[in-house]
Design a protein around this ligand. Structure first.
Ligand SMILES: Cc1cc2nc3c(=O)[nH]c(=O)nc-3n(C[C@H](O)[C@H](O)[C@H](O)COP(=O)(O)O)c2cc1C
Length: 201
């Protein structure tokens, strides 16, 4: 089983999502001894924002790409290849200003690629990914799941669906900024949920 692990927190040892996702992978190894993990830390090393040259290259046919276009797309090609190659996608996603962190959005912009992860046809847009499962571990300072303040889960569900990842599980650690007791309670619940999920994921 090939797992692509995306860490999107700008924080380090205090990051809730980093702790939970690293712990989940350790748990997963117990039931999936052949697990192969590709780790991409976009929180600490964000992909570049897309540029005019990037858009021109990404939305033109690959067989017409000159060396400059290939150069502009090189990083995106690598990130997209990682996504195409994985069986499972694990995203550790802090909530920032009601939605995903800018670093995770930058990664999404690099991997939502015409003719690689989705295709535009006369009948409409067709997703090109199949058979992958995703797990999204989020952390929120407050309690926003299911409210009008949550643009993170609905957005991630929509964009993953757009490229063909429809089997998506969310585990939220909520209220982590409501004091130490609330943070510990949120993490304890998330760890229990993740431990329960691991054998069948
Ligand atoms: C820039 C910034 C924006 C945030 N925006 C929100 C928010 O809109 N809603 C919320 O509930 N928490 C918000 N938080 C709190 C984080 O979601 C919380 O600290 C969480 O633990 C972040 O994940 P991490 O610990 O893995 O970095 C924000 C934190 C930061 C740093």
């Amino acid at each position: 089983m090939k797992l692509l692990h995306i860490d999107a927190s700008s924080r380090t040892i205090r990051s809730v999502t980093r702790k939970l996702s690293a712990g989940f992978i350790n748990t997963l190894r117990l039931t999936h001894p052949n697990l192969k993990v590709t780790h991409h830390d976009v929180g600490h090393h964000p992909p570049p924002f897309i540029s005019d040259a990037w858009v021109g290259a990404a939305f033109s046919p690959a067989d017409q790409h000159d060396p400059a276009m290939k150069g502009v797309l090189h990083h995106s090609d690598e990130l997209t290849a990682e996504l195409l190659a994985c069986d499972r996608l694990l995203i550790a996603s802090p909530m920032h200003n009601f939605t995903v962190s800018a670093s995770l959005k930058a990664w999404i912009d690099q991997v939502v690629r015409a003719d690689m992860t989705f295709k535009v046809t006369e009948e409409g847009v067709v997703p090109l990914l199949h058979g992958k499962k995703a797990l999204i571990i989020t952390a929120r300072g407050g309690f926003v799941a299911g409210t009008e303040y949550d643009f993170q889960e609905p957005y991630l569900r929509k964009i993953l669906d757009f490229i063909g990842i429809t089997d998506v599980t969310f585990i939220h650690a909520e209220g982590v900024n409501n004091g130490e007791d609330a943070r510990v309670a949120a993490m304890t619940k998330a760890v229990a949920d993740l431990t329960g999920l691991a054998p069948t994921w």
